[in-house]
Design a protein around this ligand. Structure first.
Ligand SMILES: CC(C)(COP(=O)(O)OP(=O)(O)OC[C@H]1O[C@@H](n2cnc3c(N)ncnc32)[C@H](O)[C@@H]1OP(=O)(O)O)[C@@H](O)C(=O)NCCC(=O)NCCS
Length: 166
């Protein structure tokens, strides 16, 4: 079960099939897909993946503005099999960029991971050219780990003790 999570400005809830129409308005937008890579799922696969996260290991939330039910994006937390590490990813409609929403949504999801899933580390990958994503990871207190980076991707992570202390 994906629990609902709340911040001052956002409501995070489970995906529903009826969300497809709203995600269809931006998931194929070139600006949205710019840094996501050619293997990023199309709309059908995106909806299928998020409607059926693997119980206990994958968590997918629709991000809505507080007090509304309309998606402005999504956030995902996926535990690496057999570890206490999880990958976080946030994807927002371009109309919602640069309001701090990705930072705010990912922050509550990371807190959920540390406090309720017993995680030891949360990490995220982004294209090295995705300045908005890298800035958001920095605002979250995540740190780059060059040893884990791939050719054109950065890898940022935060451990539970540092999260508690921040
Ligand atoms: C990456 C993404 C999630 C960021 O969402 P967001 O809500 O705009 O992020 P935030 O507002 O929390 O933080 C973005 C920060 O980057 C800054 N920023 C944005 N574009 C920038 C750029 N080109 N250069 C430098 N800084 C930039 C913003 O000003 C903001 O920093 P600030 O709060 O100090 O002003 C969003 O752009 C998105 O969904 N993109 C498409 C999908 C994607 O690439 N997701 C990332 C997958 S790893």
């Amino acid at each position: 079960m994906t629990p609902e999570l709340y911040t001052s400005r956002l409501r995070l809830r489970a995906f529903r099939p009826s969300d497809r129409n709203t995600f269809a308005t931006f998931v194929e937008d070139p600006a949205y897909r710019r840094y996501l890579g050619a293997d990023h799922p199309d709309l059908d696969a995106f909806m299928a993946n998020n409607l059926s996260p693997e119980e206990g290991r994958e968590f997918s939330w629709v991000i809505c503005s507080a007090g509304t039910d309309t998606p402005i994006g999504s956030v995902f937390l996926g535990i690496v099999e057999g570890t206490a590490r999880a990958e976080a990813a946030c994807l927002l409609s371009p109309v919602a960029w640069n309001h701090g929403y990705a930072t705010e949504a990912t922050r509550i999801v990371i807190t959920f991971g540390f406090e309720h899933l017993g995680l030891e580390e949360v990490f995220a990958r982004a294209s090295a050219a995705n300045a908005g994503s890298i800035r958001a990871m920095g605002k979250l207190g995540m740190h780059p780990d060059r040893a884990q980076a791939r050719a054109d991707e950065v890898y940022y992570a935060v451990c539970r003790d540092d999260w508690r202390a921040s």
